[in-house]
Design a protein around this ligand. Structure first.
Ligand code: NAP
Length: 278
């Protein structure tokens, strides 16, 4: 812990004088929405994901429309080399003031029938990459007495999730890890937020091989609304952000009915295939 009597040096500014944020999973969905919103707020960006054309198109758009710096850092975060390069980038960048650990995916279906390689790949992305990038950023941020980390979990991380067992468990890890870290760094000038979105219109459902697009409009949010809630949470210093009243209300209700009933109800829906297609 730093000695409060010793003034901490200000972090090095970027050549542009703007703050810099690194967003993982920036090639689509919530990550791309973060990048657009942060660029509108005059942040320089480092955009991380695997799909280079999507990242380059986004970087071009941000540079042209917003006049900010946008660097493409293509990497597969489940690959040791890819993750190592991003870790290095985070560790070596004294101007990095915001890390958004957003890249993630889910699968649905009975765990015992699942492809185990895909499950362990999910653990590497949703858990290992997030932990390692947080570690790469946090020491320097605490040293600078300045910085913010946003870890994207899910509402599912706050409840038992049959038929999303591994995904739900990775997101429960992200919630617990982030809550604990936030307390560890309290008073250092660094803040940690965990974002728990509900159903959000992105590529997530396609990747998870679910088709629940027929669910009514009112249950969905746009990625932009989710990001707005997260950034508002950063301004207010909210640790656990659940975007939208429609997502907060059922979670409050969950406290009343208890975890057992939520587990049984989700299990019932999953056994009837309702989580896969509606
Ligand atoms: P999305 O549109 O599928 O975006 C996922 C992002 O992660 C993409 O940019 C993808 O880029 C990147 N990614 C996937 N695998 C990667 C890998 N191995 N290495 C690097 N990047 C990788 O879905 P989204 O909804 O925006 O998801 C963002 C976060 O929100 C995830 O953590 C998800 O769990 C969470 N979330 C989503 C919902 C929802 O309903 N959409 C609800 C709750 C929580 P590439 O394919 O180009 O690598």
């Amino acid at each position: 812990m730093s000695d409060p009597a010793i003034p901490t040096p200000a972090p090095e500014a970027t050549p542009s004088g703007r703050r810099r944020a690194l967003v993982t999973g920036a090639s689509s969905g919530i990550g791309a929405a973060y990048a657009r919103r942060l660029a509108a707020d005059d942040w320089d960006l480092v955009l991380v994901a695997r799909r280079v054309p999507e990242l380059e198109a986004l970087a071009g758009e941000l540079e042209e429309r917003r006049g900010v710096g946008a660097e493409v850092l293509a990497a597969d975060l489940t690959d040791p080399d890819g993750l190592g390069r991003v870790e290095q980038r985070v560790r070596d960048d004294p101007a990095l003031e915001l890390l958004v650990n957003n890249a993630g995916f889910g699968t649905t279906g009975p765990f015992h029938e699942s492809d185990l390689a895909r499950q362990t790949q999910m653990l590497r992305l949703n858990v290992e990459a997030l932990v390692r990038l947080t570690h790469a950023a946090l020491g320097r941020m605490v040293g600078n007495a300045r910085g913010e980390i946003v870890n994207v979990a899910s509402g599912i991380g706050l409840m038992p999730a049959p038929f999303f067992a591994t995904y739900g468990a990775t997101k429960a890890f992200v919630v617990s890890f982030s809550e604990a870290l936030a307390e560890e760094v309290a008073g250092t000038g660094v803040s940690v937020q965990v974002l728990c979105p509900g159903l959000t219109r992105t590529e997530f459902q396609r990747v998870a091989d679910t088709d629940i697009s027929s669910l009514p409009d009112f249950v969905w949010q746009d990625a932009e609304e989710v990001v707005e809630a997260s950034l508002e949470g950063l301004r207010r210093g909210t640790l656990v952000v659940v975007p939208g009243l429609k997502n907060r209300l059922p979670l409050a209700f969950r406290g009343v009915v208890g975890r057992t009933l939520v587990r049984k109800a989700t299990g019932f829906a999953g056994r009837r295939g309702w989580l896969r297609s509606l």
